[in-house]
Design a protein around this ligand. Structure first.
Ligand code: CO8
Length: 262
C-alpha cells in the first residue's frame, strides 16, 4: 500500500484480510483537515475501494482528536474566490462515491470539518471521551461540509440549532442519545470494539452490504443535495465578512475575537 504524508493506512488491520484502517495523522494540529490531508484520505479510500480483498474501512484519529476541523491557518485569509478555485469541496464530495462501508472510530475532538467528516462516514462509534461540535460560529463562519445539513438530519432541528448557533460541544453520551453516534465504548477499547463490528460486517455478503449502504443513504439523503449547495454558498459568503477574518486571526493569535457585525 502506498504511504501518505498526512495519514497512515493499514491494509490488513489486525491481520484481518478484509479490514483496512485509515488513521488521520497530523497530531500537532489535532488532525486539522488541510486540503492535502483530505486529498490523501480520498486517494486512500479509492485505493481500498478498488482492492477486491477489502470489505470494510475504519477511519480514526488519535486519543486526543479525531479531527479538530478544517485547517484554520489555511483558511483564515482566504477569499470566497480562493475557496472556489481551491476546489476542496470536490474532494469532500468524492467521499460519497465510496461503496464499501466506512466506520468512523472517534476519540477526542470531532469538531467542525472533523464532525462533518465523521458524519460523512456510514456510522460513528465513539470512545467515551469523544466530543462533537460545529464551533465555526465562534470563528465567524458557519459549517461548510454538511454540518447544518447532516447534523440536523441526525439529531433534529432543535439540538442542531443549539450546537450550530452556540458552537458548544456535546459529549459522547449526548451524541449517542441524540442519534449522532451509533454506540459509545470505553476510549481505551475504541479500536478493538470498532474492529469487532467491522468483522461482523465483513462476514456479510459484500454485494448486499453495498446495496444496503446505498439504500440507507438514499433514504437519508433525499433533498440533501439542495441543502448542501445552499450551505456552501453561505459558507463562502462568510468569507466576505470582516468578522470571519477577525475570528480566525484571533484564534491564531490566541486571543478573544472582537466582532463588529460586518
Ligand atoms: N486548524 C488549525 N490548527 C488547529 C486547529 C484547526 N482547526 N485546531 C487546533 N489546532 C492547533 C492549535 O492551533 C494548536 O497549535 P499550536 O500548538 O501550534 O499552538 C494545536 O492544534 C493544539 O490545539 P490547542 O492548543 O488549541 O489545544 P486545546 O486542547 O487547548 O484546545 C480545541 C482544543 C478546543 C479543539 C481547540 O484547538 C480549538 O478550538 N480548535 C479549533 C476548533 C474549530 O474551530 N474547528 C472548526 C474549524 S472551521 C471548519 O472546520 C470549517 C469546515 C468547513 C469545511 C471545509 C471544507 C473544505
Amino acid at each position: 500500500m502506498k504511504t501518505f504524508e498526512n495519514i497512515l493506512v493499514t491494509k490488513n488491520f489486525q491481520n484481518h484480510p478484509h479490514i483496512a484502517l485509515v488513521q488521520l495523522n497530523r497530531p500537532k494540529v489535532l488532525n486539522a483537515l488541510s486540503t492535502d490531508l483530505m486529498k490523501d484520505v480520498i486517494e486512500a479510500f479509492f485505493l481500498l475501494e478498488d482492492d477486491k480483498d477489502i470489505r470494510v474501512i475504519i477511519l480514526t484519529g488519535n486519543d486526543r482528536a479525531f479531527a479538530a476541523g478544517a485547517d484554520i491557518g489555511q483558511m483564515a485569509e482566504a477569499t470566497p474566490i480562493d475557496q472556489i478555485n481551491d476546489n476542496r469541496f470536490r474532494t469532500w464530495k468524492q467521499l460519497s462515491l465510496i461503496t464499501k462501508p466506512i466506520i468512523a472510530a472517534v476519540n477526542g475532538f470531532a469538531l467542525g470539518g472533523g464532525c462533518e467528516l465523521a458524519m460523512s462516514c456510514d456510522f460513528i462509534i465513539a470512545g467515551d471521551s469523544a466530543k462533537f461540535g460545529q464551533p465555526e460560529i465562534k470563528i465567524g463562519t458557519i459549517p461548510g461540509a454538511g454540518g447544518t445539513q447532516r447534523l440536523t438530519r441526525a439529531i433534529g432541528k432543535s439540538k442542531a440549532m443549539l450546537a450550530v448557533l452556540t458552537g458548544e460541544m456535546m459529549d459522547a453520551y449526548e451524541a449517542e442519545r441524540s442519534g449522532l453516534v451509533a454506540r459509545v465504548v470505553p476510549a481505551e477499547t475504541l479500536l478493538q470494539e470498532t474492529f469487532e463490528i467491522a468483522k461482523i460486517i465483513s462476514n456479510r455478503a459484500p454485494v448486499a452490504v453495498k446495496l444496503a449502504k446505498e439504500a440507507v443513504n438514499i433514504a437519508f439523503e433525499t433533498a440533501l443535495k439542495d441543502g448542501m449547495e445552499y450551505e456552501r454558498r453561505n459558507f463562502y459568503l462568510t468569507f466576505s465578512s470582516k468578522d470571519q477574518k477577525e475570528g480566525m486571526k484571533a484564534f491564531m493569535e490566541k486571543r478573544e475575537p472582537k466582532y463588529e457585525g460586518n
